[in-house]
Design a protein around this ligand. Sequence first.
Ligand code: HDE
Length: 709
Amino acid sequence: MAKKQDNNKEHDFKKAPLTPPDIDKVEQVADNAKQKDLEYNKVDNKNKAFTTNKGLKMAEDEFSLKAGRRGPTLIEDFHLREKIMHFDHERIPERIVHARGVGAHGVFKCTKDMSEYTKASIFTEEGKETPLFTRISTVAGFRGSTDTPRDVRGFALKFYTEEGNYDIVGNNMPIFIIQDAIKFPDFVHAVKPEPDTEVPQAQSAHDTFWDFVSRNQESAHMTMWQMSDRAIPRSLRMIDGFGIHTFRFVNAEGKGTFVRFQWNPQLGVHSRVWDETLKVSGNDPDSQRKDLYDAIDEGDYPVWDFCVQLLPEEKEFDFPFDILDPTKVWPEEHIEKIKIGEITLNRNVDNFFAETEQVAFNPGNVIPGIDFTNDPLLQGRLFSYTDTQLLRLGGPNFAQIPINRPISEVHNNQRDGWHQHMINKGPVSYHKSAIDDQSPYYESAENGGYEHYQEKIDGVVIKDRDDSFRDHFSQATAFYKSLSEVEQKHIKDAFSFELSKVRRPEIRQNVVDMFANVDEKLAEEIAKNVGAQKPNAERGFDPVGVKPSKEAQDVKMPEFSQEATIFKADTLKVGIYSDNDDNFDFKGLVKSIKDNNAKAEIIQGDLQDTKDGQMVKHRYETVHPVLEDALIVVVPEKPSHDFIKNVGEFVEETFKHYKPIWVIGDASDILSSEQEKADGVMVTKDSKDIDKFIENLAKQRFWDRDGSN
Ligand code: HDE
């Protein structure tokens, strides 16, 4: 008999039943006001009676109401109509950019009191924790596109502070492709699939993108980053985040300080190689969202050091670049980076649509102590995000959606609109009023009311930008020169790949001419690969720009080379390629890998546990070697046909992508003699040499392997 539901019982949302793994997580964030707030909307259908949306219990949900068993369906079937109506409206417009993304909850912990510079409460008390939600995305692809195109990653943060929501809507690269918001639609039209054919999907390797780049030279610096390894991250847990724009900190005395934000992963910044990325895309288009989801689920919470660069207002004009220019970094050589906090992602979403899809970021969401500057790109963004949410989320009340609503109270005279959830009481919805004691009342700045920074502005109304924004090449060159040889080669290869896909030869020529202004040799090598003539920097220089000064070009930015990043074995995945019949001590090997904080995944012909009881994660057919960070081949005494048939591809691919290989047992049929001698390849009789292997794993890539990186 069906269980009876007690409808008279008051629904206590706070005591909504939790499944066992969730209880642990809720415990960890028990002091997290946003998690508690979200509990109010969580629904668990387990052991509940089926109802319509109006709460009517239904006896079944499989047949529409008909006139006769073989007859027509009746319009009075409210249940059918409700269900189909809801289904017909399940989709909302995807984001025009950053459509594909993954969300996670976390916490920001302040590690340094910054009250000298800002009164923003999240930055002024050491040890204070603030709940946050993040969404990490690709830019160009549609919502259903692959996770691993060559693309920038969006990295948006929503801090649920006691003073209201504060958003930093950033990217994994420190600069942007244009300087002025008015160009954004042009850029996006150029990079998205071409409008006549709607191809290519999630790729910049096509004519319109490169045409845009070569006709808009402010894109030079960002394009160099986009062609760098940063655009093909190993994992979303291994990317930086940058606020990009120059913002303003304001302290309790009203003094302003220019500030730029960035957050750096404690796992280091790591990338894939291009050939590997292409294969990952085909083999697991969801690889990066799964990677983040699994890490959080398994308790491997990713952590970022949250840092600022500060610049006193008096020093605004002391640099060879304009500090408001979003196509320029603030090199650490000029302005030091200070760690002020940590971001930890520690909870997955419960529902992708409700949280990740409906979250609405806006760089205009600020709190007292944070203000804007005249960065012309930022100014345009302040308009765009509210506008886009209005369409995407279907009305002006999107701030009431659970993932978007603040943990602080909301009181104002705004009323009505689609999907209004607040039931405001009383007759007053205007200011000023003698009824209700002038409520809601205004709060002074001293008591936490937001007041805009009183910047003095003096200028003529003009459609132009300052000459200080016109040097487009110096930092592009400085970035290139700051990279290692391997990284530089990857940039050359990326340009060559992309331009080879450009059908119009004149665009290829325009691009190499333009990039000869970044580095002549680089441009020449690309030109050779893509059938262009010897590049001509003069021809490729748009005289709207100014030539870089020597001072600007000579700046060093070693902080952006991935050679200088953190290297650890933590959370990296080791594929243990082996045979079902083997008597090997898998248990011991798996344990020692785990003891070093890495992951072990046994790969065999079928999913039967190993003889010593270890779980087999993949079959040879269901995992591609590109999805593992390193390979251990456990060679059995009598290898099966299947083992021999597949081992070649695993070794080849892992070797070709410069990753560690360890053959345990007789390697004569497994490795060529060159492979056996190569860097990062180990052959041993047994699994005792685990320490050496872990060292290799932490190193991740052995670029010297064949000279063809
Ligand atoms: Fe965005 N951007 N953007 N953008 N952006 C959007 O807002 C826009 C820019 C960034 O995970 C849209 O809700 C304009 C810079 C991220 O939900 C839209 C300009 C940076 C996300 C929009 C820029 C970003 C967006 C699309 C030029 C890095 C995803 C859907 C002035 C600092 C947020 C939406 C998420 C999303 C407009 C430039 C980052 C249309 C007009 C610079 C991470 O409002």
